[in-house]
Design a protein around this ligand. Structure first.
Ligand code: 0O2
Length: 223
């Protein structure tokens, strides 16, 4: 039979398959946690829309961090990965393997939704990073919650970390363009582009505040 891998022996191949299986099982737990949090957010959206006739969020997206991004982030943090510590290294060092992004029209809805999610008794808030009140120097704005939610598996209740990013439509628009810049190498005019992005982030923040205040005026004026 033709050999698949010339340079590894049978023992190494079995080890590699076992590691692969462990990795798949870990990712499956993160997928379950995403489903739990997404359902919670959709339930809140449903309740809001029936009570107040409006949806607090416009869209919700979820993603599992790709194996290459997991590896790169662990390497950046100087974590040594071995066959035996793989699951523990990922769980201990990364908060955003399971990620959800909730895009709202208005800033007040971001805080309202985040509070309603955080106060649920099976949700543990590990960390709040408020890049709306404290934007990053490049202009990045979003509210990040690092949560732990229980996932009920055959082996019992397992707490799993999930990162939820809340932003307005305008902040999301900005972040997607900035993301393009972050992953490009050797860019001409990098300083100029960064400065333009910083200025656009300010414009967007002002627009978000204005839209919020107009909505508040409309709500106050309706009898
Ligand atoms: P990707 O490709 O989106 O997965 P932590 O482990 O949370 O303590 P971390 O990950 O450095 O440390 O936290 P941080 O800075 O809060 O960033 C988490 C995520 O927020 C990033 O994930 C991005 O998705 C987003 N983010 C943070 N800063 C920026 C920014 O300046 N611009 C854009 N566009 N997104 C940002 P990753 O893993 O970096 O990337």
């Amino acid at each position: 039979m033709e050999k698949l891998f010339e340079d590894i022996n049978e023992y190494q191949f079995i080890k590699m398959m076992e590691t692969g299986k462990k990795y798949m099982a870990l990712m499956s737990r993160y997928r379950c946690a995403i489903m739990e949090v997404e359902t919670k957010l959709r339930v809140l959206n449903e309740e809001f829309s029936s009570q107040y006739d409006r949806n607090p969020f416009e869209s919700i997206k979820s993603r599992l961090k790709s194996p290459i991004s997991i590896l790169e982030k662990l390497q950046r943090r100087g974590v040594k990965l071995t066959e035996d510590n793989m699951a523990a290294a990922i769980e201990q060092n990364l908060n955003d393997v399971a990620g959800l992004r909730v895009v709202c029209s208005f800033q007040e809805d971001i805080y309202r939704l985040a509070d309603l999610l955080a106060c649920q008794d099976d949700v543990k808030v590990l960390r709040v990073k408020d890049y709306i009140k404290n934007p990053k120097p490049n202009g990045y704005r979003s509210l990040h919650l690092i949560l732990e939610v229980p996932v009920f598996l055959e082996e019992g209740k397992t707490p799993i970390k999930v990162e939820v990013q809340f932003r307005t439509i305008a902040m999301d628009f900005w972040a997607s363009l900035d993301h393009k810049l972050r992953y490009k190498k050797n860019i001409e005019n990098e300083e100029e582009i960064m400065e333009k992005l910083r200025q656009s982030a300010e414009t967007i923040a002002a627009l978000d505040s204005e839209m919020q205040s107009i909505r508040n005026m409309i709500e106050r004026s309706s009898i």
